[in-house]
Design a protein around this ligand. Structure first.
Ligand code: PEP
Length: 251
């Protein structure tokens, strides 16, 4: 049975002081989520990870938004996996479409990062999704299938058992243009079947999320789809009131 997962992606938002305030306010929500068998988490910036880890409930998942695949070395501006682990961070968002678009995050780079994460027994949240032009050209499955296959090629079923995949159509991120729940179900199902083809029955344990303009008003509809195991949420995860509403609406 796959546990539901609600994960906020704060992107480049919140000062550490604001992150601390949110972390403290989120404590009862983490308890509520746990009681209802829901995993709850947020992805702060690097500079707020330690603060959120310190002030949020121990049950709150705290995810980094990126990592480097090398342990150390001459990579100015980067943060390595051992550096994250030292702060108790063991979840990392990989291949977010903003990083694919602005930071040349290719499927191969995602693969290298996930190899390092699996070697460290950490959990990648691997983001996949098509652009508007690809969606309009009916290429969604071609694009998403390639991202899943190239990103995860060569790993074992043991490696991927805790993996999370997030289907996030680029045209719906931060735009208020939602993919319908039928599209979310169709593509999340397609992701799961691709995972089944690659790794066998462990595909039934891997959580597949939908992301893209998820709000309190629509979160329940997405999570009612059989292959949508949760949501990756940007804008609506920033304010504690809206984050709380997201959670309460899926209890
Ligand atoms: C995201 O950042 O992954 C995201 C889905 O953003 P939003 O919910 O704002 O569309």
């Amino acid at each position: 049975m796959r546990r539901k997962l609600l994960l906020g992606n704060w992107k480049m938002n919140k000062l550490a002081s604001e992150a601390k305030e949110f972390a403290i306010a989120s404590r009862p929500l983490a308890e509520l989520a746990k009681k209802n068998n829901i995993d709850l988490g947020v992805g702060p910036t690097y500079l707020s990870l330690a603060t959120v880890k310190e002030f949020a409930s121990k049950d709150m998942i705290v995810a980094a938004q990126n990592c480097h695949y090398k342990e150390s070395g001459a990579y100015t501006g980067e943060v390595s996996i051992p550096m994250l682990k030292e702060f108790g961070i063991d979840w990392v968002i990989i291949g977010h479409s903003e990083r694919r678009a602005y930071d040349n995050e290719t499927n191969q780079k995602c693969h290298d990062k996930m190899a390092a994460l699996f070697a460290n027994k950490m959990v990648p949240v691997y983001c996949v999704g098509e652009t508007l032009a690809e969606f309009e050209a009916l290429k969604t499955k071609e694009v998403v299938g390639k991202q899943v296959r190239e990103g995860l090629e060569g790993f074992t079923s043991e490696d991927v058992k805790d993996l999370v995949v997030a289907y996030e159509p680029v045209w719906s991120i931060g735009t208020g243009k939602n993919a319908s729940s039928a599209i979310a179900q169709d593509i999340c199902h397609f992701v799961r079947e691709t995972l089944r083809d690659m790794f066998g029955k462990v595909a039934d344990e891997i959580r597949v999320l939908y992301g893209g303009s998820v709000k309190p008003v629509n979160v329940k509809e997405y999570l009612s789809c059989p292959d949508v195991d949760g949501a990756l949420v940007g804008g609506a995860s920033l304010k504690i009131e809206s984050y709380e509403e997201l959670l309460r609406n899926i209890l």
